[in-house]
Structures are given as C-alpha cells and as structure tokens.
Design a protein around this ligand. Structure first.
Ligand code: ZN
Ligand code: ZN
Length: 593
C-alpha cells in the first residue's frame, strides 16, 4: 500500500550537508553534484540511490544539488517550487531550473573556477560533455560517491530476483528479438543501461524499483546476437534457464572489466549512458559510437500479443475503477472522506482484482485546489477533506503481467458549478478530438497536440503539460520515444501505446484532467478516401466520464455521438464483470447523454 509520510525531515539536512562539506574539503573538491539519479537514469530510484532526498530532504522525482563550501543549490523545476520550501532547511538555496542552468549558476558562485567532482555512474555522457564545454575555468573530476562515504546505514543495492516474462505475454521470443536487433546494429556491440530496455530485450522482469517492474542490470548486445547480462550476484539465477546459452550472466562487479575487453565500435546512448562507461570504452581503445538505445523503438511498437494483453489489463483495471467510482458516488456525499482515504480505497479495488503486481505510479488525488497542482501527491501534511462543491482529480494506474494502465477521471463531489462544467467539457472535447483523429503516416505527436487544446484555446485557456506520453507493456508508465506534445517529433507508428490526457487547472480553485490510453492502429478504410496510408487510435481505457460535468450544449453532434458510443461500449464490456450494485450504477453512468 502507498505510504503518505515523509522519509526525511528538514532538520536532518544541515548536519549531513556539513559532513559532506568536510569530506569535500578533505579531498580538495570545491563543488560536488548530488543528482536524483541512479546509473540507470529511471524515473524512480531504489532507497540506496535516494541520495538527494537523504541529503536535502527534497523528495521530488527530478532535480539535483550542487554543494559548494558556502552555498548549496537545490535545482528544481516548476512542479516542485512549493514542495521544496516545505522539505528543505534554509542552509539550502532553491534554484529555478531549467531557467537557471547549473553551469551559469556555478560561474556566478565561483568566477575563477575550481574543482568540480561528480560520480561518473550517476551523470550521463551528454550531461558531462555539456558541463565540460561550458565550465572551461573548472576542473571536472570523476570520483567515488561522497554521499555514500558519509551515509551511515545506507541501504544496500536491491537484490530481488529476476523473473521470466513468458513469450505468451511478450509475443516474441528473446532469441528473435536479439537476432533482429543484432542484424540492425551499426556497431560491433551495444551497451544497454536502461532497465526497461534490458527487460524488453530478454523478456525478464524484476522488482528492484518501486512501480516499475524492471530488473536493475546492465547488458552488452553483441553483433552475433549474444548478450552478456550483468547483475548483482544471484539475482539472475531464476532466469538462467529462460535465458539459455546465448545470454551469459555475470556479476555486476565484472561489468567494467567486460567493457574494457571490448574491441571495435561500441554503441552507447549518450543521453542515458553513465559517463564512466564511455570513458572506460575510450580508455580501452574502442570507437565509441553515439546513437539511440536500439531497444527503444522496437519496444515502443507493441506486437499483437502485447496489445491483446493491454486490452485485457485495461478491462480488469476498468472493473476496479468502476467499483471505485460507484463507491465514491455513494460515500463522498456523506462527508468525512479525505484524499488519503480515496487513494487507499482505489488501491484496494485494484488489489481485489487479485492480479495487481503493483500500482504503476503514486496516485495523484487532488480535491479542490489540490487538483490544480499537476504532480500533486497527497501526504499527511497536505491531506484535504473531500467536500461537496469540490472537483476531485484522480490519476492512477496498475501494473499487471499483461499490461500497464494509467487513467485519470475528474469527479464532481456534490453539484458542480457552470464554470466547472464548461471547463470540463472543453477538456473532454480535446480528448475526444485525439481519440477520433485520422492522420497520415509519418506525423509526430507534435502535430496532434494542438487538437487536444483547441477547445480550450478558443476559450482563452490552456494547460502546461504535454497531452500524451508513451506507455510500456508491463513496464514503465512513462516510456519513450513517442508522445503527444509540442516537442514530440517521433513519427507515430501502429502499435504505439500513448496516453491522451488534456487538462485544465485553475490555481487555488480546481483541477481537471481526463486521461485514456490509446493505441495507434492503421486507420480503417474510408469510402472515397485517397490511397494514402493513414493511422488512427483505438481506445484501451473504458471507464465512464462524470456526466454531471458534461455541458451537452457545448458539444457537436459527432462529439455527443462519440461519448454515447463510448459509454455504450463501456457498459457492454464491463456489464458481466461487475456485481449487481455496481452494474446498476454503471448502467446509469453509461446512459446516453
Ligand atoms: Zn495518468
Ligand atoms: Zn499519464
């Protein structure tokens, strides 16, 4: 079950910072960087790698601290400006990032330069190259991690065993995947450092990181199609038979030596590869080729088995969601519910499926003004009662062996205002526009993004996040390279799963977001259409929208038809899977508008 209390408190920061500075002085370093990252650059880190939180108290999912002898800057983005003030002591200075870049800030603090030390496992090749280019007056020095040196009782590395992800769920044998990738490899070998890439390629899963069923490991894919897998001793024992003889398992301590033994051209993804890997390869005389991790695009194109699995997972998850919504509808008007009660109840309904492996991210549940905080995560300190007149925004998801879900519904508690209904309806219209669109092959999400915003734009409104992200197949809920946002230029392809989640947020008042997952498919034939390859989206998520929030007068007739058909499909899909009370609720919720 999710927890709601802080892991670190602000008063722990000052003595830890003092100890870190003493360690820096001992070694002659003027700057030490503490990123919120591990060697695999994922969205979540294991407790052992939560160095930024341990040092500063800041628990957000992105950011870093630059420690100098008399100033320590905690760099955080727009999502975390309020949170950081509550979590860190005033010996730390919050720096607005990316508006202020680390290199510029350092040059301001230390105009004459100095020695900047960093842990080369935790910073990517791109990051270090960019710093070197800008910080010409500084000496950049890789070092062992100074936080680890002063952290008493630091947790050990995760040691949960890996498990096979069977071919009847993956849809393709790992030998076929290896052969396919090796065939397209532009180098003699590729170094894989992303756990979800390794999970996908070898059809294995793990429980090393919360919310993402990934194995913490490194791998080398050779042009022969053979793979060397490096993991903490013992973790891969349970998958040796599954991996077969062409995948050799080694202790992770052997990884650097294996890199040093490589010959020829070696592919790395500079955006995610630890700097230490590149320097090790270069020192060994390898030609380092920078390119994309070769697993990323094939992983994003889900095969028929994975799509069938996603549909099954979404149906199961929808049963939990519908039970939850029916419960909320019956319970919230009585009063006394808090955001934490809602989060716990929803997780309980998902657990009732008896198929939940984990939730897919920490539930975002914001009542009233908390709904306007886009990445809000309720804690004991912020927990708000859910009261009549509030909009309640609930963004949640589950990890099932056959698929990963991510759904947002916004629910009116009591009677919504006209303004609530107008804003909600515009957001829904944007979501419908993406759901209905047909578009030529080759188009990227950046060209679809505006469709989701147009109804809001026409009312002088907008939202400050992307419209959609890629989603893994029993893997990370945020998965590249595809997306629907102004910056997403990756051509969408059949099989890619995306979220479709426009929103609208009024600070201090309310937040609205509606999110379905969709999968790109080749568009069904259309009478009179050109001979042109077109794509469309199939919807994966079938859970009713709150009809009390829909202003029917704003809808076009195709939009209204779309909602009615969506609700009819939802009812027919779930009717036989829910109990009588839920069925009665669902029938009302899915009635034509
Ligand atoms: Zn979501
Ligand atoms: Zn999402």
């Amino acid at each position: 079950m999710q927890t709601f209390e802080a892991q670190s408190t602000p008063d722990q920061g000052p003595p830890r910072l003092a100890a870190l500075r003493a360690e820096m002085a001992k070694r002659g370093f003027d700057v030490f960087l503490v990123p919120r990252a591990d060697a695999h650059q994922g969205e979540y880190v294991a407790p052992r790698d939560a160095r930024l939180e341990w040092l500063t108290g800041f628990s957000g999912s992105a950011g870093f601290c630059a420690v100098l002898p008399d100033v320590a800057g905690v760099f955080i983005d727009g999502r975390y400006r309020v949170q950081v003030r509550a979590q860190v002591a005033d010996v730390f200075t919050a720096v607005h990032w990316p508006e202020v870049q680390l290199a510029d800030w350092l040059k301001e603090q230390m105009p004459d330069g100095g020695t900047l030390a960093y842990d080369p496992w935790l910073h990517t090749v791109s990051e270090i190259a960019a710093l070197r280019k800008k910080l010409t007056a500084f000496t950049l020095t890789p070092t062992d991690n100074l936080v680890d040196a002063i952290w008493d009782n630091q947790p050990g590395p995760p040691d949960a065993p890996f498990t096979p992800h069977p071919t009847d769920l993956a849809g393709e044998d790992h030998a076929d995947k290896r052969a396919r990738l090796a065939n397209d490899l532009s180098a003699d070998a590729a170094v894989l450092t992303l756990p979800d890439s390794i999970a996908w390629l070898l059809n294995i899963r793990g429980t090393d990181i919360a919310r993402n069923p990934v194995p913490q490991a490194f791998a080398i894919l050779h042009r022969s199609g053979k793979v060397d897998l490096f993991a903490k001793d013992g973790k891969a024992d349970g998958v040796r038979a599954h991996l077969g003889t062409d995948v050799a398992v080694h202790d992770v301590d052997r990884f650097l030596a294996a890199l040093a033994a490589l010959k020829g051209a070696v592919l790395i993804d500079a955006k995610t590869c630890p700097d230490l890997i590149a320097t090790t390869l270069k020192d060994a005389g390898c030609e380092v080729v920078e390119g994309k991790d070769p697993c990323i695009l094939p992983k994003a194109r889900k095969n028929a088995t994975e799509i069938a699995g996603a549909k099954a997972a979404h149906e199961r998850d929808a049963v939990a969601m519908v039970r939850f919504l029916a419960w909320l509808d019956g319970t919230a008007p009585q009063g006394g519910l808090t955001e934490i009660d809602v989060v716990k109840a929803l997780e309980g309904f998902r657990r009732d499926t008896n198929a939940l492996r984990d939730i897919s991210f920490e539930t975002i549940c914001g009542a009233g003004p908390n709904g306007a905080i886009v990445h809000y995560r309720v804690s004991d300190d912020t927990n708000r009662p859910v009261t009549s007149g509030d909009l309640l925004l609930v963004d949640s998801g589950g990890q099932y062996v056959d698929g990963t879900t991510d759904i947002t519904r916004t629910i009116a508690i009591g009677a919504p205002t006209d303004e609530h209904r107008k804003c909600y309806t515009r957001v829904l219209q944007g979501m419908i526009a993406i759901s209905r669109i047909r578009f030529p092959k080759g188009v990227g999400g950046q060209h679809l993004d505006a469709l989701a915003r147009a109804p809001l734009w026409m009312a002088g409104q907008d939202y400050d996040h992307g419209t959609g992200h890629g989603v893994g197949s029993y893997l990370s809920v945020h998965e590249g390279p595809q997306g629907i946002s102004r910056r997403s230029d990756v051509a969408l392809e059949a099989g890619m799963i995306l979220s479709n989640e426009p929103g609208y947020y009024r600070e201090g008042a309310f937040g609205i977001r509606i999110e379905n997952l969709i999968v790109a498919v080749s568009a069904p034939p259309l009478p009179g259409a050109d001979q042109r390859e077109m794509l469309a989206f199939d919807t994966l998520t079938y859970v009713p929208f709150d009809r009390h929030l829909i202003d029917v007068t704003l809808l076009s007739s195709p939009e209204r038809d779309w909602i009615d058909r969506y609700h009819a499909d939802t009812l027919s899909l779930l009717a036989s899977r829910v109990d009588a009370d839920t069925h009665a609720w669902l029938t009302k919720a899915c009635a034509p508008l």
